[in-house]
Ligand binder design. Structure first.
Ligand code: SDX
Length: 431
């Protein structure tokens, strides 16, 4: 019997099948079950895909037990400390760190695509001023597929590269415009003399009537936040982009589907939910009551920003963001921010509680990001927009990887059917 296999035996009829085990560079090996249905007539059932690898990938690696996150093999801590967002974007998209000349060329391309078609800006008028900016992002990013469709050949490598820089250049402009729309302020056009984070800050907070000076502390913090959120393996929104893209759909539409998935409070919407939770807790003295609620099986309340499907240890991004929060708040003279102190106390108490220890629940990327963004003046309902803006890099990289994957087929899961068996139609008189 070959050693790199598992044997599945159907004990109902004695039929068995050897399935190959594949070991990647790191992480758990996989059983290739493609032969299971054709040979044994069996599906697998895995709600939430907790034991399922949907694809092979070379982009991001997570070791949930050890709390390790690598972008193309580089530890997230090193990239957050030493790299910048567009360099990290280049790494995720191309697989290697760029030379200075490659990085300059990449930055130039992104800047070249930072403006959007004026007609696209008219779309914002269709949204109420109080529309959630994630609803605007879903609509406006999706609408890019109306501007770039006929000449976009997804099977052409150059077209895919141009799609990547187009979206990366425009998504920051679209995101900032969703905030300006809410304020009733004029859109601020991109300033190509600034780096990515600085330009984003200016488009968010600049006004035509005033000169805008980028605060280097805020720009550095925002750049770090963008690095930390850029990709994260096959999470719900990335899997959404891959599934939508596997049909051959316009990639702007596939990314729009990913934005919709990210919006959920269990996923990228958690950062907004953390601030709402901190506001609800209000005071450190209330923490034990909320910890008790989070532990109760009868109470739907969960500690937002805690827990993770993959990490059974600290989310390395949360560790970086906790330190960054201290730096930004100190620099802004707001280290006494009650929400930050409350978050630190909530984390301390939770990590000492046997429920959180036993279930291996630690703060995730969303626990501290909102506190930093709030201190920077970014409103709570824009937190997930910042997440989506950054994650566009990961979604594009994963989509591009899928488009050249020799195993690419349209994604079409099956089911375990438990519905009614065949039956004849009854006229209404017979029912
Ligand atoms: C992101 O996948 C990714 O990589 C996502 C992400 C990315 O970069 O793309 O990392 C970004 O989405 C981070 C997660 C943000 N979401 C939150 O902070 C929401 C709060 N967290 C939970 O809802 C939950 O932890 C999830 C959704 C993140 C993970 O859910 P799982 O993997 O389905 O785990 P689970 O719900 O089965 O929880 C296991 C147990 C359960 O208890 P039992 O039913 O087994 O008794 O732990 C409990 C849960 O009730 N639990 C929590 C909890 N999270 C899990 N209890 C209290 N508070 C929590 N936050």
């Amino acid at each position: 019997m070959a050693k790199n296999t598992v044997t599945i035996t159907d004990n109902r009829n004695g039929n068995s099948l050897e399935l190959p085990i594949q070991q990647g560079t790191a992480g758990p090996p996989v059983v290739d079950i493609r032969g299971l249905y054709p040979e044994l007539g069996l599906f697998t059932l895995d709600p939430g895909y907790k034991s399922t690898a949907a694809c092979t990938s070379r982009i991001t690696f997570i070791d949930g037990e050890k709390g390790i996150l690598l972008y193309r093999g580089y530890p997230i801590e090193q990239l957050a400390e030493q790299s910048n967002f567009t360099e990290t974007a280049y790494l995720l998209l191309k697989g290697e760190l760029p030379t200075q000349e490659e990085l300059d060329g990449f930055n130039g391309l992104i800047r070249k695509h930072s403006m959007v078609h004026e007609q696209l800006l008219h779309l914002y008028q269709g949204f109420r001023r109080d529309a959630h900016p994630m609803a605007i992002m879903v609509g406006v990013v999706g609408a890019l597929s109306a501007f770039y469709h006929d000449e976009l050949n997804i099977h052409d490598q150059q077209d895919r590269e141009r799609f990547a820089v187009r979206l990366l250049g425009k998504v920051a402009t679209i995101a900032a415009a969703s905030y300006k729309h809410a304020l009733g302020q004029p859109f601020v056009y991109p300033d190509n003399s600034l780096d990515y984070a600085g330009n984003l800050l200016k488009m968010l907070f600049g006004v035509p009537a005033e000169k805008y000076e980028v605060n280097p502390i805020l720009s550095k913090a925002l750049d770090k936040i963008l690095i930390l959120h850029a990709d994260h393996e096959q999470n719900a929104s990335t899997s959404t982009v891959r599934l939508a893209g596997s049909t051959g759909a316009n990639p702007f539409a596939a990314i729009s589907a990913g934005i919709g998935a990210l919006w959920g409070p269990l996923h990228g919407g958690a950062n907004e939910a953390v601030l709402a939770m901190l506001a609800e807790i209000g005071d450190v003295k209330q923490v034990p009551k909320f910890i008790k609620r989070a532990k109760s099986p009868d109470d739907p309340f969960r500690l937002m920003g805690f827990g993770h499907r993959v990490y059974r240890n600290h989310d390395p991004r949360a560790r970086v963001l906790r330190e960054e929060a201290k730096k930004v708040l100190e620099a802004l003279g707001r280290l006494e921010d009650p929400r930050f102190k409350l978050a630190l106390e909530l984390e301390r108490i939770a990590l000492e509680d046997e429920y959180f220890i036993e279930k291996k629940l630690y703060p995730n990327v969303d626990f501290y990001s909102g506190i930093i963004e709030s201190a920077m003046g970014i409103p709570t309902n824009m937190f997930t927009v910042m997440f989506a803006l950054s994650r566009c890099v990961g979604w594009i990289a994963q989509w591009k990887e899928m488009m050249v994957d020799p195993d690419l087929v349209i994604g079409r899961p099956r089911q375990l059917y438990e519905g009614a068996g065949p039956r004849d139609y009854l006229s209404i008189e017979q029912r």
